[in-house]
Design a protein around this ligand. Structure first.
Ligand code: NAP
Length: 251
C-alpha cells in the first residue's frame, strides 16, 4: 500500500526546487496534489509538472497564487476543496531570500521576506485547519531552515522569518493536537536549488561543504523524503518538532 494513497496534499511553491521534489515524491506514494507557484515565468514549468504528476496516476493541478496574500490563500483553499474534496496534508514550502547586511537592508526587503516566508505560513495554515478539523485529522509541514536556528551574517531577515516559522509550528501543534492535527517543521541545510545557485561551484562551495559532516549539499530528494515521513502515518505520534535535514551542519 502506498504511504499517501487516497490523501490530498496542497504544496506551496512547487514549480521548482524542494517543492517540486515533494510534489513528485508524494504523487509516487499515491497522493493527489494541488500545488502553487507565483510568477508568470513559471506557468509553463507548472503545466509540465502537472502532466508529470498525472502520469504517475494521481489527480494534480497547479495554481498561480501568492502565498503571502491572505485573500488569495482563502480563494485557493476554497478552489482546491471544490476540486479535490479534501485537504489532508499542507506543505508550506514557498520561500524567498533577499540577503543583505543589516546596515544595507531596506524595510522593503525585510517586509518581502517576512510576507513570503512567515505570513504565508499563517495565511495557509489558517485556511487548511477548517477542513482538517472537520475531518478530525491533518498534517501540516512548514519549511523552516537551519539558518532559522543558527542565524547567519547577511541573512537576518531570512533567519528571523524561519525562526518565526518554528515558533508558529510549535504553537499550532499545541493548539490543534487534540483535534488530531499534527504540525511539524523541517530545517534544511544547504540544498541544491535555484536559491543556492551561488554556492554551486568553486572555492566558496568547498568551504561550505567542509563545515558539513556529511560533506555534501542536500539534494531536493533528501528533503522530500523527510517531508513524506511527516506527511504519512509513519509519523503519527510526531508533532511540534523541528527536523533538521542538514547533513549535520548544526552539530
Ligand atoms: P526555489 O528553488 O527558489 O523555489 C521557490 C519556490 O517558491 C518556487 O516554486 C516559487 O515560485 C515559490 N514561491 C516564491 N514566492 C512565492 C509566493 N509568494 N507564493 C507562492 N509561491 C512562491 O526555493 P527552494 O530552494 O526550493 O526553497 C524552498 C523552501 O525551502 C523555501 O521556503 C526555502 O526558504 C527553504 N529552504 C531552502 C534551502 C536551500 O538551501 N535551498 C535551505 C533551507 C530552507 P515561482 O517559480 O513562481 O517563483
Amino acid at each position: 500500500m502506498k504511504l499517501l494513497a487516497g490523501k490530498t496534499a496542497i504544496i506551496t511553491g512547487a514549480s521548482r526546487g524542494i517543492g517540486e521534489a515533494i510534489a513528485i515524491r508524494f504523487a509516487e506514494e499515491g497522493a493527489n496534489i494541488a500545488f502553487t507557484y507565483v510568477s508568470d515565468n513559471s506557468a509553463e514549468k507548472a503545466r509540465l509538472l502537472e502532466e508529470k504528476l498525472i502520469a504517475l496516476g494521481v489527480k494534480a493541478k497547479g495554481y498561480q497564487s501568492n502565498a503571502g496574500d491572505f485573500a488569495a490563500c482563502e480563494v485557493l483553499v476554497n478552489d482546491v476543496l471544490a476540486t479535490f474534496g479534501a485537504i489532508d496534508i499542507c506543505v508550506n514550502n514557498a520561500g524567498i531570500s533577499k540577503d543583505n547586511l543589516l546596515l544595507r537592508m531596506t524595510p522593503e526587503q525585510w517586509d518581502d521576506v517576512m510576507q513570503t516566508n512567515l505570513k504565508s505560513v499563517f495565511n495557509m495554515t489558517k485556511q487548511v485547519i477548517r477542513p482538517m478539523m472537520k475531518a478530525k485529522s491533518g498534517s501540516i509541514i512548514n519549511m523552516s531552515s537551519v539558518i532559522g536556528e543558527m542565524g547567519n551574517a547577511g541573512q537576518s531577515s531570512y533567519a528571523a522569518s524561519k525562526a518565526g516559522v518554528i515558533g508558529f509550528t510549535k504553537s499550532v501543534a499545541k493548539e490543534l493536537g487534540s483535534r488530531n492535527i499534527r504540525c511539524n517543521a523541517i530545517a534544511p541545510g544547504f540544498v541544491e536549488t535555484d536559491m543556492t545557485s551561488y554556492l554551486k561551484e568553486g572555492e566558496g562551495a568547498e568551504k561550505y561543504k567542509a563545515g558539513i559532516p556529511l560533506g555534501r549539499f542536500a539534494g531536493t530528494i533528501d528533503i522530500a523524503n523527510v517531508t513524506l515521513f511527516l506527511a504519512s502515518n509513519l509519523s503519527s505520534y510526531v508533532t511540534g518538532q523541528v527536523i533538521s535535514v542538514c547533513g549535520g551542519l548544526n552539530i
